[in-house]
Design a protein around this ligand. Structure first.
Ligand SMILES: O=C(O)c1cc(=O)[nH]c(=O)n1[C@@H]1O[C@H](COP(=O)(O)O)[C@@H](O)[C@H]1O
Length: 264
């Protein structure tokens, strides 16, 4: 393809339109539950069977690191064989001083070649900057995570009534104001995504984990008024729950539930 390269957000929106699905298929292989050498074939089977229903795939690097060097090799071998038209979000939740972040950005965007990564914005905007000048790539900043402890810091109220996660929304707006090439979105856990949260964050691509094993309720998303392309992630709900069903069947079921809840 010639001409101007597409932003990550545009690629994602196109994929969602093409599939009619905002499902993000989580690739979190558990070394304790599967034989290590069965994992490469398991991942390929999940990818192949769920791709028609996948707006994106999200491998969480923790599960690969837990397998040591072999795990990283499994991830590095898998990525080039993933379908080219399905964006890959690497879940790494990194946050460090800018000098170190440069190396994470290099590792993920240039070495592994993924389309997007999750980052922790806790150390401030300067730590995000090494990721922000990549045309066609995306980052998702942790804003309101799906765990109960998101109340400890992220959902705390500041003097004046704003809440901590709104500062993350400010970083998203700053990236837009500064004309960053990288698309910047936010992570909002489905288990905590009520309307009081959604109305306080800017209209940016949201990565929404918590459907399936964590019991998040999709009804809280309807009528949010956001138009940026969302991703609703399911990991265990496809890879490990209801093993009597096929991966395609499970993915199709989640895609359908998401479509009904988001009303498209
Ligand atoms: O960034 C994430 O994806 C993430 C953020 C969050 O707030 N909660 C959350 O569960 N996740 C990740 O999303 C996936 C959820 O997996 P399941 O609960 O098995 O569907 C895991 O890879 C989590 O690490």
């Amino acid at each position: 393809m010639g001409g101007m390269s597409q932003s990550f957000t545009d690629k994602l929106a196109a994929r969602i339109k093409e599939t009619g699905s905002a499902l993000c298929v989580g690739l979190d292989p558990r070394p304790g539950m599967d034989d290590l050498e069965a994992i490469p074939a398991l991942l390929r089977k999940v990818v192949e069977e769920t791709a028609p229903y996948a707006a994106a795939f999200k491998p969480n690097i923790a599960y690969f690191e837990a397998m040591g060097l072999r795990g990283l090799e499994i991830l590095e071998d898998l990525l080039p064989d993933m379908p080219k038209d399905v964006p890959v979000v690497l879940d790494a939740k990194r946050g460090d001083i800018g000098e170190t972040q440069k190396y994470y950005a290099h590792a993920y965007f240039e070495r592994l070649g993924v389309d997007a990564v999750t980052l922790s914005p806790f150390m401030g905007y300067d730590t995000l900057e090494p990721f922000l000048n990549y045309e066609g790539k995306g980052v998702y900043l942790l804003a309101v995570t799906s765990n109960p402890g998101s109340a400890d810091v992220e959902r705390q109220e500041l003097a004046g009534g704003r809440r901590v996660f709104e500062l993350v929304g400010d970083m998203v707006l700053r990236s837009v104001r500064e004309g960053c090439k990288t698309s910047v979105g936010m992570v909002v856990g489905l288990t905590n995504a009520d309307s009081s949260i959604l109305e306080r964050i800017p209209d940016a691509p949201l990565l929404i984990p918590g459907l399936g094993a964590q019991g998040g309720d999709l009804s809280c998303l309807s009528g949010s008024g956001h138009v940026a392309p969302p991703l609703i992630n399911v990991s265990r709900g496809i890879m490990y729950q209801n093993p009597e069903l096929g991966f395609a069947e499970k993915a199709a079921g989640f895609a359908q539930r998401i479509r009904e809840a988001l009303n498209y």
